[in-house]
Design a protein around this ligand. Structure first.
Ligand code: AGP
Length: 612
């Protein structure tokens, strides 16, 4: 993370690389660097902080003349944003420079192997294994070495590499992380995102997984992972720069919803052992004894983050058999909560800057509790003040309505639950392995739901027109927790009054509001509770409600009593929340589009609530 760029051509590379990187600044980053060929030397300039810092550094030293180079703005995920950890990375001999977006899942094993082979490492990053690997396999041809490397690394990557041994060549490769090649007049650009190159060209090749791009002054070509040539159509970028930041999507929210499969995979990947048998939270410094000594857990957050905490409660209580309470941060901070050193407080915050959540964290620490933060922003106040941090690797979230941050928070809840269960031995090894198998499938299953967004669009167009004023979301157990998030999503971007109810609670008052045509979204993914939910839906139907059901594939019970049904792929029953929320996000999004509201910046709201 977060943006990588490359250039090969007749113009001066440094200003182009810096300009391309600046076009990606909106995505957020905490360190930046470039590597260029300066005569016969491979020169690297990098630092923690902003591009302007790097620019000043280069200006002070005199910008070297160069026609090939790579650059990176990195948003640190696994490591601290220091000068040493800043990109680009070079191997032992400084003959090769690499920039990399993504996560190398098996980097630890590769690093150990390379160390035995005599390689020494200077940073804590996973990316640093790449130049060392290239160095190891290089036998006079860079593209061959890169092919060797990509056949050995696991995880996600968009990488660019060059060497002064072949000064007229730049090679790039991708898997599960975007990469494009821009085509200019006898010059070529590489970038992780189209906006980076728009001021130079509107023609590009979009690389697919497993493809390798080779750029030379006399021409560029693309190979597959076996080294065979790939014929590609040129993609003509028709969008303006602002639209390009959204990668062709109409809104950041839609882009971010579609980024979820990648974000989920990144958040999961290196936290699961390569044999898929156990969870490894290397970044969490809690000892097994401390984990065994906890007598309770408190989840604290605001809005969507609070909703993620509610899913965490259901799950962790079930898997770990430890009491979990969930608090809204603005309540928690003032209610003199009961806390001690045997309490684990989990603060959840996308931005890591929400004032109430930060105050709750401080209150928890003041009372001697151990604080674990789940956040998306490295270096945020919450990440700095917590005892431990579990990052959601969602990448920058720009739309006010949180989508990918929520689903990656849920992944962290699952990982935390399994980790605690592992240490406290409340689940067997087989049970953990089974859940991990299902966890691994979630990104692809989310993609399957996103692929069917037209169905949700139609439902939104039919049921959420401007005359709609009220809507209820109902569910039981984990479905109730997701119903809360679905209703928040809808209300914040469409301004429709939406409420979530535990399905069994309706008859204690809310039924009085139900009349002919009253719209209800009924979630029925919890199999042990399905019969009960179906009964509640029948009661609603008897009072004239219009019901859209959400059920697992193969269900007939709910489908038979609702007006419309949305099916989800089947997964472990404790993991359905992550799938169930996707149609609700899409529904809110298309309802907002139908009603013409400001999707990305709804009225009266701001992305990070840094004041009380
Ligand atoms: C979600 O769609 C909202 N915009 C909002 O509820 C948000 O989740 C809340 O303000 C908490 O923000 P944080 O995760 O950055 O702390």
């Amino acid at each position: 993370m977060c943006g990588i760029v490359g250039y090969l051509g007749s113009q001066s590379a440094v200003p182009i690389l810096l300009n391309c990187l600046k076009q990606l600044e909106y995505r957020g980053y905490d360190s930046a660097g470039i590597a260029i060929l300066n005569g016969d030397d491979l020169t690297v300039a990098k630092s923690a902080g902003k591009i302007s810092f790097l620019e000043n550094m280069l200006q002070e030293e005199g910008i070297p003349e160069s026609h090939v180079g790579i650059g990176h703005t990195r948003w640190a995920t696994q490591v601290r944003p220091t000068d040493l950890n800043s990109p680009p990375d070079t191997g032992c001999t400084s003959n090769f420079a690499v920039v990399h977006n993504g996560i190398i899942e098996n980097y630890q094993a590769i690093k150990e192997w390379l160390q035995k082979e005599g390689h020494s490492f200077v940073s804590e990053t996973d990316a640093e294994v790449l130049p060392h690997l290239v160095e190891h396999f290089y036998q006079g041809d860079l593209e061959t070495a890169v092919l060797e490397v990509i056949n050995r690394v696991e995880g996600s990557y968009a990488m660019m590499v060059f060497t002064h041994k072949e000064p007229r060549k730049l090679v790039a490769a991708r898997k599960d992380s975007p990469l494009i090649m821009g085509l200019g007049e006898k010059e070529y650009f590489l970038a992780s995102d189209i906006p980076a190159i728009l001021s130079y060209t509107r023609q590009a090749y979009i690389l697919e997984d497993g493809e390798v791009a080779v750029l030379k002054p006399e021409g560029a070509y693309i190979l597959d992972w076996k080294g065979l040539p790939v014929d590609k159509a040129i993609f003509k970028v028709e969008w303006d720069a602002a639209a390009a930041e959204k990668a062709g999507y109409d809104h950041f929210m839609r882009k971010e919803m579609h980024e979820q499969p990648r974000a989920l995979k990144d958040t999961l990947s290196s936290r699961i052992s390569l044999d898929n048998r156990y969870v490894q939270l290397n970044e969490v410094s809690l000892t097994p004894q401390q984990i065994k000594d906890f007598t309770r857990i408190k989840m604290v957050g605001c809005g969507t983050a609070y909703h993620a905490g509610i899913v965490g409660k259901y799950l962790i209580e079930k898997l770990v058999r430890i009491p979990v309470e969930v608090d809204i941060a603005s309540e928690f901070r003032y209610r003199d909560p009961l806390l001690d050193e045997r309490t684990l407080v989990v603060v959840i915050s996308q931005s890591g800057e929400t004032a109430d959540t930060l105050a709750a964290l401080r209150e928890a620490k003041r009372k001697g509790a151990r604080v674990l933060a789940v956040t998306n922003v490295v270096g945020s106040s919450i990440s700095r003040e917590a005892d431990d941090v579990l990052y959601t690797w969602a990448g920058p979230e720009i739309a006010v309505a949180s989508t990918k941050a929520y689903t990656t928070q849920l992944i962290c809840m699952y990982l935390l639950g399994l980790y605690l269960a592992q240490v406290r031995r409340t689940l067997s090894e087989e049970e953990i392995a089974t859940m991990i198998t299902h966890l691994r499938q979630l990104p692809q299953q989310v993609q399957m739901i996103l692929n069917r967004e037209q169905q949700i669009k139609k439902l939104a167009e039919t049921y959420t027109r401007s005359e709609l004023e009220n809507i209820f979301f109902i569910g039981r157990g984990l479905d109730y927790a997701v119903a809360m998030e679905g209703s928040l999503k809808l209300k914040e971007i469409t301004y429709i009054h939406a409420e979530a109810y535990a399905a069994g609670e309706l008859k204690h008052g809310t039924f009085a509001l139900i009349e002919e045509g009253f719209p209800i979204i009924a979630l029925g993914t919890q199999e042990s509770l399905l019969e009960k939910t179906v009964n509640n839906v029948k009661e609603l139907k008897a009072r004239g409600a219009t019901v859209i059901g959400l059920a697992l594939k193969g269900d007939t019970q709910l489908q038979e009593c609702v007006d419309e049904i949305i099916y989800l792929p089947r997964t472990h029953n404790d993991l359905t929340s992550i799938l169930a929320v996707i149609p609700l996000q899409l529904l809110a999004y298309y309802a907002a589009v139908t009603r013409g509201t400001n999707v990305d910046q709804p009225r009266n709201l701001t992305k990070a609530v840094t004041v009380e």
